[in-house]
Design a protein around this ligand. Sequence first.
Ligand code: HEM
Length: 512
Amino acid sequence: MAAPATGAMTGGVGFRKWAGVAGGGTSQDLRTTPKASVTVAGVARSRETWSMDHATSPGPLRRIANLWALVDLPGALGRLQAGGRSARMDIGPYPVAYTGRPATVRALLDGRLEGMAERGRFYEDISRVIGRSSLVTCEGEKHRRLRRAVAPAFRREQVAAYGDLMVERASAMAAKWADGDRVALDKEMAALTLDIAARSLFGVDIAGELSEFSTILETGARIFYRLVLPRGLSDALWRNPYSPANQRLAAAQKRVDSFVSQLIAERRAQPHQPDGGPAPNLLDFLLAARDEDGAPLSDEEVRDQVVTFLFAGHETTAQALTWAFVLLSTHPEAERRLAEESRSLLGRSERDGRAESLAGKDLADLPWARAVTSETLRLYPPAWFLSREAATDTEVDGCPVAAGTLFLTSPLAVQRDPMYWERPLEFDPSRWLTQEVGAGPTEAYFPFGHGRRNCIGSSFALTEVPLVLATVLGQWMIDVAGAGTLKMRPTVTLRPRGHVYARVTRRDPPGP
Ligand code: HEM
């Protein structure tokens, strides 16, 4: 089950501390040792069990102690993972359970665990932002209908065709930098990935709406804890009209809604023409979709998919890119290799008479960039925990699970478990060189989930992340401030805490 052992990435690590980088520290610290391995205390530390009992419900004192999980959920899940079994971790009166056993995770995500609902209360809260008719939040037949409707936009040839645009937008972003600039990398990545998602999936420039999206995501990050609170309490917090967070969210959502409605109205007025003009995009597929009985998607369904794909299509990839730059900054050998890989293609493209820029089709010739992507998604999976809910009383691996239990698993905890990975905390892209990128060497790798609810945008992301890394690093050196001491901020996605600043230095053009 263990991943193949290959040479570890070593190399000097400068601890470059600049002002403005997030400080503080809990069990989510990211520290880089002089041997360039990444350690996160609290995850996979030992096989101790923590405030849980796999066979019975935890007693009252443990339930109270488990309230700490609301403050440090990754730490709590890491300790449950170290326990090695599916287990309950009731928080106060609220039943919560966890599995990190790969076989059980597969069964859970395949929908093979008896009594487990496809979604649950976590997704009910998410639907407050992206809608009840979103592909992410709905279940059963409705989910199947929507998945069929959006599938054509994610066919292999369609995604490959987005590659040129990804490179072009990454180059346009970097063209605004001056040599020696200090840039907020996390913000740059969010703007870039939103730009790419909006142009490729909907054919629009969304730069003017960027601040509404970041308001929604930032406010969502602040109230993340609501998503793991018992339903009654969470509902009360969401309903509170005096909450500044609710007010900010409502205002930003209203503006996003009006932008999306206008976009849909304009496309309905000028539908895609099959002959000539640009290829159809996701919005065209949504408007053209028909049921077996010939019915189109409702207005609400179209609207919810546009909002969903604008969010899901950019936030996760932005985090993946940011973490990749952080890791490469502390692993100069890996960064140099990626830059050289990219520059060798630039040199080739010059000889081919192409402009000095990568193209989407170069993805096949970027094995190291793809390996860096896979390894980043192993150590920092943006969707760091996945949740379901028990619909009826059931039992998982001998652990009794009551109806209404929030059932969790975590790519973050499983993908760092020494039971399944050799040198689990070491950033070693070379372990992926013998593997098909994205396929994963073991069942203990699922950054994109698994089964019928897996990520429909996985090939989009696995095209975008390596192409953006190669485009940027072929022309620039990216030196992330305090990269060795950055900490995780676990929200719906796994973000770095605070902004991530980087010094950008232009590389000389590739030689003849
Ligand atoms: C590195 C980037 C990404 C990661 C790590 C990621 C991760 C995931 C995961 C783990 C799930 C499954 C959630 C579950 O089972 O509860 C998921 C679902 C989903 N993702 Fe992604 N995602 C990424 C990029 C994207 C992109 C680029 C798009 C769209 C362009 C996208 C759209 C979606 C949608 C719509 C779903 C719901 C699918 C369904 O339920 O049928 N994701 N993603």
